[in-house]
Ligand binder design. Structure first.
Ligand code: UDP
Ligand code: MG
Length: 320
């Protein structure tokens, strides 16, 4: 299997016929074997029966996973990834806001030697105030914090080489952070402009609250990418800093006591310095607990702390 297209579907019954039409047009024009995995995320309209119809007609290409209830777009994408067999994974929304006709161009870009080609909806057709503006800020923030510079993390239409997705678990709203993770395992990433249209049928499932979730997820992702194999660096560093501030205050109090005879306990600075010191020490100890957790995490899954691009004269799995 060459290409796996993964599409999350939640209440998109009117869009599906157009989606299938567009997918067939593109996929039949390419010289690849392909499958499309549609994940019905607990739709309450007739999406599932529409999907079933298409799957029955074309079992060779169409696969459907149906959730018991609505678990969210990220979970739907995760399920698709679990079952995808292609070497190349393409994520696509079901609502036809993305244009499947962009796929060949993105595949060509991938062939230039990239591991991930990210779509960029340069002229995005969504609500300016609740969606486009917050997302501009979010994209800027994510780029700054993670050092992976993309204009449009939120665009679902992206093309991935399968091996850069291996080992990554998706939680919350995290599918948009796949490029950050991919970059941390050494993927070569680029972006291309893609078409975007307003929604014709159904309505968007998201509003302003999504940006809040994205920013919170950013904390987790940054922590996982930067410190997941060495949490003591973060906790110990913070702890050391707090303890140093506390120690400096105490030193100042001591000097005042010795040379200027000012009482130590009379000043609120004494409590403050003790607080800093305690917090710092706590943080250091939390770091040690986190180190224990990391060992459990990596060793229980036998997850290596590195990723290999290729090997020469070696092919067995080190675990066997
Ligand atoms: N979606 C989903 N589960 C949800 C919400 C959305 O599977 O809980 C799907 C939806 O059917 C669509 C894609 O995720 O295919 C993107 O959703 P939407 O178009 O509402 O987001 P927007 O384009 O407004 O960001
Ligand atoms: Mg949409």
């Amino acid at each position: 299997m060459n290409l796996s297209l993964i599409t999350p579907v939640y209440n998109e019954q009117e869009n599906l016929p157009f989606l299938f039409e567009a997918i067939y047009a593109v996929m039949n024009s390419l010289n690849h074997s392909w499958e499309v995995i549609l994940v019905d995320d607990g739709s309450r309209d007739h999406s599932l029966s529409v999907l079933q119809e298409y799957a029955q007609k074309d079992p060779q290409h169409i696969r459907v996973i149906s959730f018991r209830r609505n678990f969210g777009q990220t979970a739907a994408i995760a399920a698709g990834l679990d079952y995808a067999q292609g070497e190349i994974i393409i994520l696509l929304d079901a609502d036809m806001q993305n244009d499947p006709a962009d796929i060949p161009m993105m595949l060509a870009k991938l062939d230039e030697g990239y591991d991930l080609v990210s779509g960029w909806r340069k002229s995005r057709k969504d609500n300016a105030i609740t969606r486009n503006f917050p997302s501009m800020i979010a994209n800027w923030l994510i780029s700054r914090v993670t050092g992976v510079h993309l204009h449009d993390y939120g665009c679902t239409l992206k093309v991935y080489r399968r091996d850069v997705l291996e080992g990554f678990r998706l939680y919350g709203e995290m599918h948009r952070f796949i490029p950050v993770y991919a970059s941390s395992v050494g993927a070569k990433i680029t972006e291309v402009q893609v078409n975007h249209s307003p929604r014709k049928f159904g309505k968007t499932k998201y509003g302003l609250e999504r940006t809040v979730k994205v920013v919170l997820d950013l904390f987790t992702v940054k922590f996982l990418v930067a410190f997941s194999s060495k949490p003591i660096y973060l906790f110990g560093g913070t702890g050391g800093l707090l303890m140093s501030v506390g120690a400096a205050m105490m030193f100042y109090l001591l000097v005042r006591r010795l040379f200027f005879l000012v009482s130590v306990t009379g000043s609120p600075l004494f409590q403050v310095s003790a607080m800093f010191f305690t917090l710092g020490f706590q943080s250091l100890l939390m770091g040690l607990i986190a180190e224990l957790l990391v060992r459990t995490y990596h060793e229980s899954q036998r997850k290596p702390t590195y990723t290999v691009r290729s090997m020469i004269n070696l092919d067995q799995d080190p675990r066997d």
